[in-house]
Design a protein around this ligand. Structure first.
Ligand code: FNR
Length: 192
């Protein structure tokens, strides 16, 4: 069974991206995956600084996030767009987890062999699409396979109903399809 870790790059109380990843996480469960949905705000990490790591070791929250990555095969990520790129919260978490936390640990071990599906949501018409290009490139550069499909949801303020579903049924179906693509890809890779 595919083990999927789902998170967004926003810890904002009413985050659109956390809503989006929450509905994608439910779709992944319906597609047969075992899903862990987290809020990165529950893992407060200092901004990465190598001196800090050398002097104080790995912060507990960064290690907890990295351990979650190691325990899962697939990643469902909803990324806010900040000035055309992904959020610093997301980048900082990815950076911490990219570092060795044990002596002689191979580089990027938390990311090797993982598969991700990426999505975004923003109040503007493009829905954060520009940020996804950067996120795709970053993930691929650290060894994560990103499924070809992706989805950016625009006009976020009017996009969700009270149950957290997307009002536009085509958008809702597209997120479900993207999630199923992730689960099916992970299932194939894991069963090899
Ligand atoms: C933004 N926002 C934004 N939106 C967008 O579509 N393109 C952009 O380049 C930016 N840039 C940007 C920079 C900064 C510093 C902030 C704080 C915001 C708006 C952003 O999409 C909006 O705040 C979303 O609500 C953020 O996502 P969450 O927190 O709702 O998930």
């Amino acid at each position: 069974m595919a083990r999927i870790l789902a998170f967004s790059g926003s810890s904002r109380k009413d985050s659109f991206n956390q809503k989006l990843v929450t509905l994608a996480a439910k779709a992944a469960e319906q597609a047969g995956a075992s899903v862990t949905l987290i809020n990165l705000g529950d893992y407060p990490m200092p901004i990465y600084n190598q001196d800090l790591q050398n002097e104080q070791g790995f912060p507990a929250e960064a290690l907890a996030f990295k351990t979650l990555l190691l325990e899962h095969d697939g990643l469902l990520i909803a990324s806010p767009e900040y000035n055309s790129a992904f959020s610093p919260l997301l980048k900082n978490a990815i950076d911490w987890a990219s570092r060795a936390s044990e002596p002689n640990e191979p580089p990027l071990s938390a990311y090797r062999g993982k598969t991700a599906a990426i999505m975004s949501c923003a109040p503007g018409a493009l829905g954060g699409l520009r940020g996804l290009s950067f996120l795709r490139m970053l993930l691929q550069n650290i060894g994560v396979m990103v499924v070809p499909n992706q989805r950016a949801i625009g006009f976020a303020g009017a996009a969700f109903d009270e149950q957290g579903q997307l009002k536009d049924s085509e958008q809702q179906k597209a997120i479900i399809r993207l999630t199923e693509e992730l689960v099916q890809t992970v299932d194939k890779l894991v069963s090899r």
